[in-house]
Design a protein around this ligand. Structure first.
Ligand SMILES: [Zn+2]
Length: 479
């Protein structure tokens, strides 16, 4: 049993004044208003926040020169990362996630280290999440085509000098993709091995431009049969929009519906370039869109039509996608950014703070199969974010509500404590379950060594990127 007294509770029921919250194990046992004269700490308590799209990437990608590069060039650059111990590679981002105010996060596992078999690696990722105290959904990344560009990669290879071509063939084309059947079997083995109340295993097709129709159909069938959720990137960039329009003239979202993938079990990351009729179909199906505002800035993808999504009735969650605005995994700043960009100008009110709170406190959690509902009430999970309200309101000139304080200046820097399933996962400014500084030092030193060993690839990157830029810019990625 544990008791927290606070000045303010902010949840989806609204804001409440001084309260006492009683926790019993991993549940909230009681919540009651304090009586006049009862002492309390000057804290703001909220339900835990969910990061509805991410990959658990070990380190900031601007550190390998990724900043400001379009997705289609940035993805290739990630091969500068050497494979490292999967526990280390996951524990560091999970530590950053909990320090960034996240209580639950999607791990769309696209960056396989490959030093052991896949199931062993997934177990290490789950162990790291357990140590960090982060609830995760682990989406097994699935793809089986288009390793270089969206379509035939031969013109790219033909345009490269022999040295660059050799590097590219070795880095991107030397391992044939697994069959759809083998990928489905691998997913079942992972689910069997790491599925738990804190780890939800999901299908993670990487995108319609990276998965054959057969693979997507197998996933749709598997999801319908097992009830397991599906997490996929969709229409992140204008080049993906172009690919979808050329290959699915009936409409890519309609196609997803036709094959049974578009369902309440589906999360679509991005939808930056989705059209109004597509948003209507997504809303009608009850699928959720995870928007990734900062990532869309960093990779020059565009601005997602968030107000239109909400108006259409789409469920919306908020993702960090490994690239928060300050590259620090701060989901509190991220929700402010979403509101700032989409709230409407002047007296127009397109998106309300309450809708942004609904995204991080409820919709995001639902996509991760996390039990958090955005309410602080008896019986709810003991997943709480405890912020320093006194510091947030340091001016203290007059009474200003918690929503205004949070959306004007909130960041994870105000985090006093984070509790997930009844356990303190952040205290005193750091992850309680990890030697974060030690792990980060070790990871950085291994990755530095890895980059140095990849000098040959680093040297041909400018040539590859110039070729890719020409390919996408001149022909919109059309081979
Ligand atoms: Zn992503």
């Amino acid at each position: 049993m544990r008791e927290i007294t606070c000045a303010t509770i902010l949840d989806l029921a609204g804001a409440r004044g001084p309260s006492r919250i009683t926790l019993d194990g991993d549940r909230i046992a009681a919540v009651r208003p304090l009586l006049a004269g009862e002492a309390f700490d000057d804290l703001l308590v909220m339900p835990a926040l969910a990061n509805a799209h991410d990959h658990g990437r070990p380190i900031r990608t601007s550190s390998i020169g990724g900043f400001g590069r379009p997705l289609e060039a940035w993805l290739h650059r990630l091969r500068l990362f050497a494979p490292v111990d999967p526990y280390l590679a996951a524990a560091v981002p999970f530590g950053r996630a909990v320090m960034g105010g996240q209580g639950a996060a999607m791990v769309h596992y696209t960056g396989v280290q490959g030093l052991t078999d896949y199931v062993t690696e997934a177990k290490e990722v789950a162990r790291a999440a357990g140590d960090a105290g982060l609830r995760i959904a682990f989406a097994v990344a699935m793809r089986d085509m288009n390793p270089l560009v969206y379509g035939d990669g031969q013109p790219i290879l033909d345009a490269l000098t022999p040295t660059a071509r050799k590097e590219v063939e070795q880095r991107f084309l030397s391992t044939p993709p697994l069959s759809a059947e083998a990928q489905m079997e691998r997913l079942d083995a992972v689910a069997e091995s790491i599925g738990s109340p804190l780890v939800d295993v999901q299908y993670g097709p990487q995108g319609v431009q990276w998965a054959t129709p057969g693979l997507l159909e197998a996933i749709a069938e598997g999801s319908a049969r097992t009830g397991r959720r599906v997490h996929i990137h969709l229409l992140e960039t204008r080049y993906q929009r172009d690919y979808a329009d050329r290959h699915f003239p009936q409409g890519i979202v309609r196609h997803l519906k036709d094959i049974g993938l578009l369902s309440p079990r589906l999360t679509l990351a991005h939808c930056v370039w989705a059209r109004p009729d597509e948003l209507d179909l997504i809303a009608e199906a009850g699928a959720t869109i995870s928007v990734n505002t900062s990532s869309n800035f960093a990779l020059r993808s565009g601005i997602a039509p968030v107000a239109a999504m909400l108006k259409a009735g789409c469920k919306v969650g908020i993702g960090i996608d490994g690239s928060a605005f300050d590259e620090d995994d701060d989901i509190i700043r991220e929700m402010r950014l979403v509101w700032s960009l989409h709230a409407g100008w002047g007296f127009d009110r397109e998106v309300e703070p309450a809708q942004v709170l609904e995204a991080v406190l409820a919709q995001g959690h639902a996509t991760l199969n996390s039990p958090v509902t955005g309410r602080i009430e008896p019986g709810a999970p003991a997943d709480l974010l405890v912020l320093d309200r006194e510091a947030l309101d340091a001016d203290a000139l007059m009474e200003v509500g918690p929503v205004e304080l949070l959306f004007s200046r909130g960041t994870a820097g105000f985090l006093k404590e984070s509790i997930v399933a009844g356990r303190t996962v952040v205290a005193d400014g750091g992850p309680a379950g990890l030697d974060f500084a030690g792990l980060q030092d070790e990871l950085r030193s291994r990755l530095r060594k890895g980059v140095a060993e990849r000098g040959g690839f680093a040297r041909i990157l400018p040539e590859l990127e110039a070729t890719l830029a020409g390919h996408f810019r001149d022909r919109l990625g059309c081979c």
